[in-house]
Design a protein around this ligand. Structure first.
Ligand code: ATP
Ligand code: MG
Length: 300
Protein backbone atom coordinates (compact mmCIF):
# COMPACT_ATOMS: atom_id res chain seq x y z
CA UNK A 1 0.00 0.00 0.00
CA UNK A 2 1.24 3.51 -0.77
CA UNK A 3 2.32 5.63 2.20
CA UNK A 4 -0.35 8.26 1.51
CA UNK A 5 -3.06 5.62 1.63
CA UNK A 6 -1.72 4.22 4.90
CA UNK A 7 -1.67 7.66 6.50
CA UNK A 8 -5.23 8.27 5.33
CA UNK A 9 -6.35 4.91 6.78
CA UNK A 10 -4.49 5.67 10.02
CA UNK A 11 -6.51 8.86 10.42
CA UNK A 12 -9.73 6.89 10.04
CA UNK A 13 -8.85 4.63 12.97
CA UNK A 14 -7.19 7.13 15.27
CA UNK A 15 -9.38 10.23 14.93
CA UNK A 16 -12.59 8.85 16.49
CA UNK A 17 -10.73 8.20 19.73
CA UNK A 18 -8.75 11.40 19.99
CA UNK A 19 -9.66 13.77 22.83
CA UNK A 20 -8.61 17.36 22.49
CA UNK A 21 -9.05 20.36 24.70
CA UNK A 22 -12.42 22.01 24.85
CA UNK A 23 -14.88 19.17 24.31
CA UNK A 24 -16.66 17.89 27.40
CA UNK A 25 -15.22 14.43 27.87
CA UNK A 26 -17.29 11.58 29.31
CA UNK A 27 -15.74 8.16 29.73
CA UNK A 28 -19.10 6.50 29.36
CA UNK A 29 -19.31 7.81 25.79
CA UNK A 30 -16.47 5.48 24.81
CA UNK A 31 -17.49 1.83 24.51
CA UNK A 32 -14.57 -0.46 25.52
CA UNK A 33 -15.95 -3.04 23.07
CA UNK A 34 -16.02 -0.66 20.08
CA UNK A 35 -14.31 -1.98 16.94
CA UNK A 36 -15.64 0.58 14.44
CA UNK A 37 -16.66 -1.22 11.26
CA UNK A 38 -14.68 -4.37 12.09
CA UNK A 39 -16.59 -7.46 13.19
CA UNK A 40 -15.03 -10.40 14.99
CA UNK A 41 -14.84 -12.21 11.65
CA UNK A 42 -12.72 -9.36 10.28
CA UNK A 43 -9.96 -10.08 12.77
CA UNK A 44 -7.58 -11.47 10.14
CA UNK A 45 -8.12 -8.34 8.03
CA UNK A 46 -7.41 -6.17 11.07
CA UNK A 47 -4.23 -8.12 11.78
CA UNK A 48 -3.12 -7.63 8.19
CA UNK A 49 -3.77 -3.90 8.51
CA UNK A 50 -1.65 -3.87 11.66
CA UNK A 51 1.21 -5.60 9.86
CA UNK A 52 1.08 -2.97 7.10
CA UNK A 53 1.00 -0.26 9.77
CA UNK A 54 3.98 -1.71 11.62
CA UNK A 55 5.98 -1.68 8.38
CA UNK A 56 5.03 1.95 7.75
CA UNK A 57 6.00 2.83 11.30
CA UNK A 58 9.44 1.29 10.84
CA UNK A 59 10.02 3.47 7.78
CA UNK A 60 8.87 6.61 9.55
CA UNK A 61 11.02 5.83 12.57
CA UNK A 62 14.07 5.43 10.36
CA UNK A 63 13.56 9.00 9.13
CA UNK A 64 12.91 10.31 12.64
CA UNK A 65 16.21 8.81 13.72
CA UNK A 66 18.14 10.07 10.69
CA UNK A 67 16.73 13.58 11.01
CA UNK A 68 17.56 13.65 14.73
CA UNK A 69 15.41 16.69 15.55
CA UNK A 70 12.12 15.56 16.99
CA UNK A 71 11.65 13.23 19.94
CA UNK A 72 8.37 11.38 20.40
CA UNK A 73 6.98 10.50 23.82
CA UNK A 74 4.18 7.93 23.94
CA UNK A 75 2.45 7.59 27.29
CA UNK A 76 0.38 4.52 28.15
CA UNK A 77 -2.07 4.48 31.03
CA UNK A 78 -4.66 1.85 31.85
CA UNK A 79 -6.23 -0.33 34.49
CA UNK A 80 -4.43 -3.65 35.04
CA UNK A 81 -4.78 -6.27 32.29
CA UNK A 82 -6.00 -3.69 29.76
CA UNK A 83 -3.18 -4.70 27.41
CA UNK A 84 -0.54 -1.99 27.73
CA UNK A 85 2.35 -4.42 27.48
CA UNK A 86 0.89 -6.24 24.48
CA UNK A 87 0.07 -3.01 22.65
CA UNK A 88 3.63 -1.74 23.17
CA UNK A 89 5.10 -5.08 22.07
CA UNK A 90 3.03 -5.41 18.91
CA UNK A 91 2.93 -1.82 17.72
CA UNK A 92 6.67 -1.36 18.21
CA UNK A 93 7.61 -4.78 16.85
CA UNK A 94 9.07 -3.49 13.58
CA UNK A 95 11.00 -0.64 15.11
CA UNK A 96 14.78 -0.48 15.31
CA UNK A 97 15.47 -1.01 19.05
CA UNK A 98 18.31 1.50 18.81
CA UNK A 99 15.83 4.31 18.32
CA UNK A 100 13.36 3.30 20.98
CA UNK A 101 13.37 3.55 24.78
CA UNK A 102 10.76 1.99 27.08
CA UNK A 103 10.38 2.83 30.76
CA UNK A 104 7.91 1.29 33.20
CA UNK A 105 6.98 3.34 36.21
CA UNK A 106 6.21 1.36 39.34
CA UNK A 107 5.66 2.57 42.88
CA UNK A 108 8.29 5.28 43.54
CA UNK A 109 11.55 4.39 45.30
CA UNK A 110 12.89 6.17 48.40
CA UNK A 111 15.12 8.24 46.11
CA UNK A 112 12.15 9.15 43.89
CA UNK A 113 10.15 10.24 46.93
CA UNK A 114 13.00 12.51 47.92
CA UNK A 115 12.27 14.58 44.80
CA UNK A 116 9.37 16.26 43.03
CA UNK A 117 7.20 13.74 41.15
CA UNK A 118 8.32 14.69 37.66
CA UNK A 119 11.96 14.09 38.52
CA UNK A 120 12.06 10.39 37.78
CA UNK A 121 10.26 10.89 34.48
CA UNK A 122 12.38 13.81 33.34
CA UNK A 123 15.52 11.75 33.75
CA UNK A 124 14.35 9.31 31.11
CA UNK A 125 12.76 11.55 28.50
CA UNK A 126 13.53 10.38 24.95
CA UNK A 127 16.57 11.65 23.11
CA UNK A 128 16.04 13.53 19.86
CA UNK A 129 15.45 11.12 17.01
CA UNK A 130 14.03 8.55 19.43
CA UNK A 131 10.64 7.23 20.40
CA UNK A 132 10.26 7.06 24.17
CA UNK A 133 7.55 4.96 25.73
CA UNK A 134 6.27 5.48 29.24
CA UNK A 135 4.46 2.39 30.51
CA UNK A 136 2.56 4.32 33.20
CA UNK A 137 3.88 7.78 33.93
CA UNK A 138 3.54 10.93 36.00
CA UNK A 139 -0.19 10.59 35.38
CA UNK A 140 -0.21 7.99 38.20
CA UNK A 141 0.18 11.04 40.43
CA UNK A 142 -3.42 11.93 39.68
CA UNK A 143 -4.70 8.33 39.60
CA UNK A 144 -3.40 5.75 42.08
CA UNK A 145 -2.15 8.55 44.34
CA UNK A 146 -5.59 10.16 44.26
CA UNK A 147 -7.47 6.93 44.85
CA UNK A 148 -5.11 6.00 47.70
CA UNK A 149 -4.45 9.06 49.88
CA UNK A 150 -1.85 7.07 51.85
CA UNK A 151 0.48 7.34 48.82
CA UNK A 152 0.17 11.11 48.86
CA UNK A 153 0.98 11.09 52.58
CA UNK A 154 4.26 9.29 51.76
CA UNK A 155 5.37 12.04 49.40
CA UNK A 156 6.96 14.15 52.13
CA UNK A 157 5.31 17.32 50.84
CA UNK A 158 5.13 20.32 53.19
CA UNK A 159 1.63 20.02 54.65
CA UNK A 160 0.64 23.58 53.71
CA UNK A 161 1.03 22.58 50.06
CA UNK A 162 -1.41 19.71 50.31
CA UNK A 163 -4.78 21.35 49.89
CA UNK A 164 -8.06 20.51 48.18
CA UNK A 165 -6.65 22.15 45.07
CA UNK A 166 -3.81 19.67 44.72
CA UNK A 167 -5.31 17.69 41.78
CA UNK A 168 -6.20 20.83 39.84
CA UNK A 169 -2.67 22.07 40.49
CA UNK A 170 -1.18 18.81 39.28
CA UNK A 171 -3.25 18.96 36.08
CA UNK A 172 -2.04 22.50 35.50
CA UNK A 173 1.58 21.58 36.13
CA UNK A 174 1.33 18.59 33.80
CA UNK A 175 -0.25 20.74 31.08
CA UNK A 176 2.56 23.24 31.43
CA UNK A 177 5.19 20.52 31.45
CA UNK A 178 3.81 19.01 28.26
CA UNK A 179 3.67 22.42 26.63
CA UNK A 180 7.29 22.90 27.59
CA UNK A 181 8.18 19.55 26.02
CA UNK A 182 6.25 20.43 22.86
CA UNK A 183 8.09 23.73 22.57
CA UNK A 184 11.35 21.80 22.77
CA UNK A 185 10.56 19.37 19.99
CA UNK A 186 9.28 16.51 22.14
CA UNK A 187 5.98 15.38 20.64
CA UNK A 188 3.67 13.97 23.31
CA UNK A 189 0.83 11.51 22.66
CA UNK A 190 -1.13 9.86 25.46
CA UNK A 191 -3.10 6.62 25.37
CA UNK A 192 -5.69 5.43 27.84
CA UNK A 193 -6.51 1.81 27.07
CA UNK A 194 -10.12 1.62 28.17
CA UNK A 195 -11.03 -1.91 29.25
CA UNK A 196 -14.39 -2.82 30.80
CA UNK A 197 -14.65 -4.17 34.34
CA UNK A 198 -16.18 -7.36 32.95
CA UNK A 199 -13.38 -8.00 30.48
CA UNK A 200 -10.78 -7.29 33.16
CA UNK A 201 -12.38 -9.99 35.31
CA UNK A 202 -12.23 -12.44 32.39
CA UNK A 203 -8.53 -11.70 31.86
CA UNK A 204 -7.72 -12.07 35.56
CA UNK A 205 -9.48 -15.46 35.60
CA UNK A 206 -7.48 -16.49 32.55
CA UNK A 207 -4.28 -15.52 34.36
CA UNK A 208 -5.31 -17.80 37.22
CA UNK A 209 -6.45 -20.72 35.07
CA UNK A 210 -3.66 -20.71 32.51
CA UNK A 211 -0.37 -21.87 34.03
CA UNK A 212 1.66 -19.87 31.52
CA UNK A 213 -0.10 -16.71 32.62
CA UNK A 214 0.07 -17.33 36.38
CA UNK A 215 3.13 -15.11 36.70
CA UNK A 216 1.11 -12.15 35.46
CA UNK A 217 -1.48 -12.42 38.19
CA UNK A 218 -1.26 -10.30 41.29
CA UNK A 219 -3.84 -10.55 44.06
CA UNK A 220 -3.30 -6.86 44.62
CA UNK A 221 -4.45 -6.04 41.06
CA UNK A 222 -7.67 -7.97 41.70
CA UNK A 223 -8.18 -6.14 45.00
CA UNK A 224 -7.93 -2.79 43.17
CA UNK A 225 -11.23 -3.65 41.46
CA UNK A 226 -12.95 -2.45 44.61
CA UNK A 227 -11.85 1.05 43.67
CA UNK A 228 -12.97 0.75 40.04
CA UNK A 229 -15.44 3.65 40.14
CA UNK A 230 -12.96 5.93 41.87
CA UNK A 231 -10.40 5.14 39.18
CA UNK A 232 -12.90 5.83 36.40
CA UNK A 233 -13.75 9.19 37.93
CA UNK A 234 -10.07 10.03 38.31
CA UNK A 235 -9.37 9.01 34.71
CA UNK A 236 -12.26 11.05 33.36
CA UNK A 237 -11.23 14.22 35.13
CA UNK A 238 -7.58 13.68 34.28
CA UNK A 239 -8.28 13.22 30.56
CA UNK A 240 -10.64 16.18 30.45
CA UNK A 241 -8.13 18.38 32.26
CA UNK A 242 -4.96 17.43 30.42
CA UNK A 243 -6.10 16.85 26.84
CA UNK A 244 -4.56 19.62 24.79
CA UNK A 245 -4.17 20.32 21.12
CA UNK A 246 -0.44 19.68 21.22
CA UNK A 247 -0.63 16.68 23.56
CA UNK A 248 -3.96 14.90 22.95
CA UNK A 249 -5.27 11.81 24.69
CA UNK A 250 -6.48 8.80 22.75
CA UNK A 251 -9.10 6.86 24.67
CA UNK A 252 -8.72 3.47 23.02
CA UNK A 253 -11.35 0.71 23.34
CA UNK A 254 -9.45 -2.17 24.96
CA UNK A 255 -11.84 -5.14 25.21
CA UNK A 256 -10.48 -6.47 21.91
CA UNK A 257 -6.71 -6.52 21.87
CA UNK A 258 -6.42 -6.69 18.08
CA UNK A 259 -8.45 -3.51 17.77
CA UNK A 260 -6.55 -1.67 20.51
CA UNK A 261 -3.28 -2.34 18.72
CA UNK A 262 -4.64 -1.12 15.43
CA UNK A 263 -5.78 2.19 16.92
CA UNK A 264 -2.51 2.76 18.76
CA UNK A 265 -0.48 2.00 15.63
CA UNK A 266 -2.71 4.33 13.62
CA UNK A 267 -2.26 7.18 16.09
CA UNK A 268 1.51 6.78 16.11
CA UNK A 269 1.66 6.67 12.30
CA UNK A 270 -0.48 9.79 12.09
CA UNK A 271 1.76 11.56 14.57
CA UNK A 272 5.01 10.69 12.82
CA UNK A 273 3.52 11.52 9.43
CA UNK A 274 2.53 14.97 10.70
CA UNK A 275 6.17 15.83 11.40
CA UNK A 276 7.18 15.96 7.74
CA UNK A 277 10.13 13.65 8.37
CA UNK A 278 12.80 13.45 5.72
CA UNK A 279 16.30 12.11 5.46
CA UNK A 280 18.76 14.95 5.98
CA UNK A 281 19.84 16.51 2.69
CA UNK A 282 23.54 16.35 2.04
CA UNK A 283 25.32 19.51 0.95
CA UNK A 284 27.81 20.00 -1.86
CA UNK A 285 30.79 19.32 0.39
CA UNK A 286 29.33 15.98 1.44
CA UNK A 287 28.59 15.01 -2.17
CA UNK A 288 32.22 15.70 -3.04
CA UNK A 289 33.38 13.71 -0.04
CA UNK A 290 31.22 10.74 -1.08
CA UNK A 291 32.50 10.85 -4.65
CA UNK A 292 36.13 10.98 -3.46
CA UNK A 293 35.58 8.09 -1.06
CA UNK A 294 33.99 6.05 -3.86
CA UNK A 295 36.92 6.68 -6.18
CA UNK A 296 39.37 5.68 -3.46
CA UNK A 297 37.43 2.51 -2.66
CA UNK A 298 37.18 1.46 -6.29
CA UNK A 299 40.91 1.97 -6.88
CA UNK A 300 41.97 -0.68 -4.34
P1 ATP B 1 1.70 -5.42 34.77
O1 ATP B 1 0.90 -5.52 33.53
O2 ATP B 1 2.96 -6.22 34.71
O3 ATP B 1 0.90 -5.65 36.02
P2 ATP B 1 2.00 -2.80 35.80
O4 ATP B 1 2.26 -1.53 35.09
O5 ATP B 1 0.68 -2.94 36.47
O6 ATP B 1 2.22 -3.94 34.77
P3 ATP B 1 3.18 -3.45 38.34
O7 ATP B 1 4.43 -4.22 38.61
O8 ATP B 1 1.88 -4.02 38.73
O9 ATP B 1 3.20 -3.04 36.80
O10 ATP B 1 3.45 -2.06 39.10
C1 ATP B 1 2.86 -0.89 38.83
C2 ATP B 1 2.22 -0.38 40.09
O11 ATP B 1 2.90 0.77 40.53
C3 ATP B 1 0.79 -0.01 39.81
O12 ATP B 1 -0.07 -0.55 40.76
C4 ATP B 1 0.82 1.50 39.90
O13 ATP B 1 -0.38 2.03 40.31
C5 ATP B 1 1.96 1.75 40.86
N1 ATP B 1 2.49 3.10 40.73
C6 ATP B 1 2.97 3.69 39.63
N2 ATP B 1 3.30 4.97 39.87
C7 ATP B 1 3.02 5.19 41.17
C8 ATP B 1 3.11 6.32 42.00
N3 ATP B 1 3.59 7.49 41.56
N4 ATP B 1 2.73 6.18 43.29
C9 ATP B 1 2.26 5.01 43.75
N5 ATP B 1 2.13 3.90 43.01
C10 ATP B 1 2.51 3.99 41.72
MG1 MG C 1 0.08 -4.58 37.67
Amino acid sequence: MKTKKIIHAAGKFAEPFRVEKGKRFRLKDVDPGDTLEFKDADKPRAKEALAVGVQALAELQDRLYAQDKWAVLLIFQAMDAAGKDGAIKHVMSGINPQGCQVFSFKAPSAEDLDHDYLWRCMKVLPNRGHIGIFNRSYYEETLVVRVHPEFLAKQKLPSELVTKKIWKERFEDIRNFEQYLTRNGVVVRKFFLHVSKKEQKRRFLERIDNAEKNWKFSANDAAEREHWDDYMEAYEEMIQSTASEEAPWYVVPADNKWFTRLVVAAAVIETLASLGLNYPEVGEAKIKELAAAKRALLKK
